[in-house]
Design a protein around this ligand. Structure first.
Ligand SMILES: [Zn+2]
Length: 480
């Protein structure tokens, strides 16, 4: 038996399970103290942690001084601090699940435990938290990744074979042939791959290219779908959003491993297509045609200009009286758009502006998110390997993946929140060509990122004729 800590921390945690409440904490403490007595440990402090929302994350300082994004757990952090500084000399908890649900929390605890030689003693009432040696630590990592050990379903044996193949990234051989690939899944069919790329380009190229429009276009060209039948909206969506087209293996609709076959679309394009189609079903602003809507202001009344038809039948932006505007400011639509486009493209060639955008897209938070994303993707791969080696059951694997994928989703949201995807795409290539390809909604997003306050449209100087006067349009704040 190892050393018996006399200044141990007893860590108890209020569960987010509604069946348990603060009373449960009393019981955890009783059980913990009873265990301490049996082991001959002395408890210096009981730390009670309220269960914090799993999504409430902020920066925390780690025992080694690094700062990272974590779920806020003051009780757990203070436990780590006290163990790291030597103020306390052992940890007693109820179980593993109440101690660490986030694999990074566990890693932080392991860091502290391993910083002492021999390892800092750790015990738990249920025996599930053990970090005494490498085998214990490996097991704890798996268990935390898995989190819910209860969900082993009866269909596990039946799915075992598919699961193994999936984890190895092989085609499972069953069901329909995947569009774009030969039956065995290993060879790309060039004509079908071209259709998939065309669909992706249509989806990303123009919000007016609905799934319905694409379906009609394919049928008009007499291109058969995988089954040889005509296309419908669902088959169009499916061939371009399925993970296999980027070389990812899916099992029961969820990505489980990198596949062993060649991708047809690159990962970025695929993610954009998926996001765009998902956005369309939520009916967001992708139908927007007049991208200066909400960006131009009237200097006389302060109203936003809205788009509408001018008396000559062409479209214009104006301070619309039906919407409470003064009606005195109007500007030709196409000319106004050309002028803002010119100004925006001008901004995008200025080193100072580019520098600011670069800073924006690589700020600390996105850096953290990017690194976590990479770690999580590596962890997903490792999980698949463990699964293939039968070290995890189907249920464990699915649960573990769910946890990691939730984090991946959060981090992706964090990363895209700081710089619009459209702008990042724009900066990655030839700016002018990229701009031409943007949807109206994306153009609007880019303008609002560069010039968040928008533009004012000064009154037209009639003494100089009716020709469009580009100098009328100035960024808000810089208007003379
Ligand atoms: Zn006005």
């Amino acid at each position: 038996m190892d050393a018996k800590p006399q200044r141990a921390i007893l860590l108890v945690r209020i569960s987010d399970d509604k069946a348990e409440d603060a009373r449960g904490v009393g019981r955890q403490e009783d059980d913990g103290r009873a265990l301490a007595d049996r082991l001959g440990w002395g408890i210096a402090e009981v730390i009670v942690e309220n269960d914090t929302s799993a999504f409430k994350r902020r920066k925390v300082q780690l025992p080694d001084g690094r700062v990272e994004l974590r779920t806020v757990r003051p009780g757990f952090r203070s436990t780590l601090d006290k163990l790291a500084t030597g103020q306390c000399d052992g940890l007693l908890a109820y179980d593993l699940d109440r101690t660490a649900r986030d694999p990074r929390d566990l890693e932080d605890l392991i860091d502290v435990v391993e910083s002492k030689s021999p390892h800092m003693p750790v015990q738990s009432v249920t025996g599930s938290l053990r970090l005494a040696n490498d085998a214990d630590i490996t097991m704890a990592r798996v268990m935390v990744a898995v989190a819910n050990k209860a969900s082993r379903d009866a269909s596990r044996r039946v799915t075992r074979k598919h699961v193994e193949l999936a984890a190895e990234g092989k085609w499972n051989g069953g069901g329909f042939r995947g569009y774009g690939y030969t039956r065995r899944g290993m060879e790309i069919i060039p004509e079908e791959a071209k259709v998939i790329r065309d669909i992706a380009a249509w989806v990303l190229g123009d919000p007016n290219h609905s799934l319905n429009w694409i379906k009609n276009e394919l049928n008009r060209q007499s291109i058969p779908a995988a089954t040889g039948k005509p296309w419908n909206s669902r088959s169009v969506r499916s061939v371009v959003t399925k993970p296999s087209v980027v070389g990812l293996r899916a099992h029961k609709g969820e990505v489980v491993a990198p596949a062993q076959w060649q991708p047809i679309l690159d990962r970025d394009t695929w993610e954009q297509v998926c996001a765009t189609l998902a956005g369309r079903t939520r009916n967001v602003d992708l139908t927007l045609k007049r991208w200066l809507s909400g960006i131009l202001y009237c200097p006389l009344s302060g109203h936003r200009l809205t788009s509408g038809s001018a008396p000559n039948g062409k479209y214009r932006y104006w301070c619309a009286t039906p919407q409470g505007g003064c009606g005195k400011i109007a500007v030709k639509g196409a000319e106004a758009e050309a002028e803002i486009e010119r100004q925006v493209l001008g901004l995008l060639t200025k080193p100072r502006v580019l520098q600011r955008l670069h800073t924006l897209s690589t700020s600390e938070v996105t850096d953290d998110a990017r690194r976590e994303l990479a770690e999580d993707e590596a962890q997903l791969k490792e999980l698949s390997r463990m699964w293939a080696r039968k070290e995890l059951s189907m249920g464990e694997f699915r649960e573990a993946r769910k946890i990691i994928e939730r984090r991946v989703k959060e981090n992706k949201a964090l990363m895209t929140a700081s710089t619009p995807r459209a702008l990042r795409t724009l900066l990655a290539g030839d700016v002018r060509a990229g701009w031409e390809r943007l949807t109206p909604a994306d153009k609007r997003e880019v303008v609002l990122t560069l010039v968040p306050e928008g533009y004012v449209v000064q009154p037209h100087d009639r003494s100089r004729g009716s020709k469009f006067q580009p100098e009328r349009m100035k960024p808000v704040g810089k208007a003379g």
